[in-house]
Ligand binder design. Structure first.
Ligand SMILES: Cc1cc2nc3c(=O)[nH]c(=O)nc-3n(C[C@H](O)[C@H](O)[C@H](O)COP(=O)(O)O)c2cc1C
Ligand code: SF4
Ligand code: SF4
Length: 309
């Protein structure tokens, strides 16, 4: 009923119906027929819910099992007259076989990621895991800015595995996050946590930011930059180790001689810095180029220099 109403009121907008059946394949077929009849433009198969569904043998349990992904996708795709997206779980060691299974089953696209399995915390006075439900709890899905690096890694793996459109999801909060997903191969992006925090109005701001970025860079469409960062991903072994980065004190005026960089370098394992009357000094022969000192300096006083090793 809601799908029909929304499509009647917003006929020019795309409505993607997310469905999740149970262990009986017929339940997926039934849902497919119903949302299609109601007017959905595309389907998203939820093979990734971490909230209780795995206890019933569905949700992320399906997304961890390539043969189940393949067979359920094949069944739905053969029934559906509209595009079928498969939503994958990050709660898996390697997402590539799952993406390949979706492609083999006839998916038209892949959505990733769903939320990351987590325990929110423990009340250290009562020992109750959080959120506490009468003293008990269970694991749940973590989302928002902290999961963006996980989403980016998984989307890049999917993009290198299958040639299907990808909807990038996970921690997208500002337009720059969306651009990063597109640079790693996403054709579209989805927002969840940021809309819950800031409202749908944030979409207008993000579109304006992306549009200004593309204009500034001289591109006409996101298609022009899609996947452009993928060729810059290599193995660890293939990275150029012939250069080393050293910190130098760039702006002596801003350095407060707080010693945070020296402490971090000492206890981070390298002992490559010592404090002088003018600020930190680096022992280049000991410096590993780890970058920890840059990270902890709150005044931005250190600048990177590169040298051939
Ligand atoms: C409160 C909440 C409810 C969610 N419900 C669903 C759901 O019903 N189906 C689904 O596929 N994903 C669901 N998700 C996962 C999001 O769609 C998204 O994949 C995940 O939160 C990561 O994106 P984000 O960092 O933008 O929130 C939910 C996430 C949250 C925070
Ligand atoms: S952390 Fe920054 S401000 Fe503090 S001593 Fe080091 S360079 Fe100076
Ligand atoms: S880059 Fe790492 S090893 Fe080098 S000075 Fe900074 S913290 Fe120490």
């Amino acid at each position: 009923e809601e799908i029909t109403t929304i499509k009647r009121e917003y006929p020019d907008h795309i409505l993607i119906a997310s469905i999740m059946g149970d262990t009986d394949p017929a339940s997926w077929q039934n849902l497919t027929a119903r949302v299609q009849e109601a007017g959905a433009d595309a389907l998203e198969l939820n093979f990734s819910c971490p909230h209780g569904m795995p206890e019933f043998g569905v949700g992320s349990v399906i997304g961890q099992n390539p043969s189940m992904i393949r067979e359920l996708t094949r069944m739905v795709a053969s029934d559906a007259d509209i595009p079928v997206f498969v939503k994958l779980t990050p709660n898996i060691t390697d997402i590539s076989p799952a993406a390949q299974a979706a492609a083999d089953g006839g998916a038209d696209g892949i959505s990733a990621i769903n939320s990351v399995q987590s325990i929110l915390g423990i009340d250290i006075e009562s020992f109750d895991p959080l959120p506490s439900v009468c003293g008990y709890s269970t694991s749940g899905g973590y989302s928002g800015p902290a999961v963006k690096p996980i989403g980016l890694a998984m989307v890049s793996q999917i993009a290198r595995t299958v040639r299907l459109p990808i909807m990038g999801i996970g921690g997208i909060t500002i337009w720059q996050d969306a651009v990063e997903y597109i640079l790693l191969g996403a054709s579209a992006i989805q927002l969840c946590t940021t809309v819950m925090w800031n409202g749908y109005g944030i979409i207008r701001d993000m579109k304006a930011g992306m549009s200004a970025y593309l204009d500034r860079k001289g591109y006409h469409s996101p298609d022009d930059i899609r996947g452009a960062a993928l060729s810059h991903l290599k193995t660890h072994q293939a990275l150029d180790r012939s250069r080393r980065m050293y910190p130098v004190l760039g702006t002596r005026e801003t350095c407060t001689r707080c010693g945070q960089c020296v402490t971090a370098c000492r206890d981070g394992g390298y002992q490559a810095m010592k404090m002088s009357i003018d600020g930190p000094v680096v022992k280049r022969d000991v410096c590993d180029g780890c970058g920890l000192c840059f990270l902890v300096c709150s005044t931005g006083s250190l600048v990177a220099t590169q040298e051939k090793t």
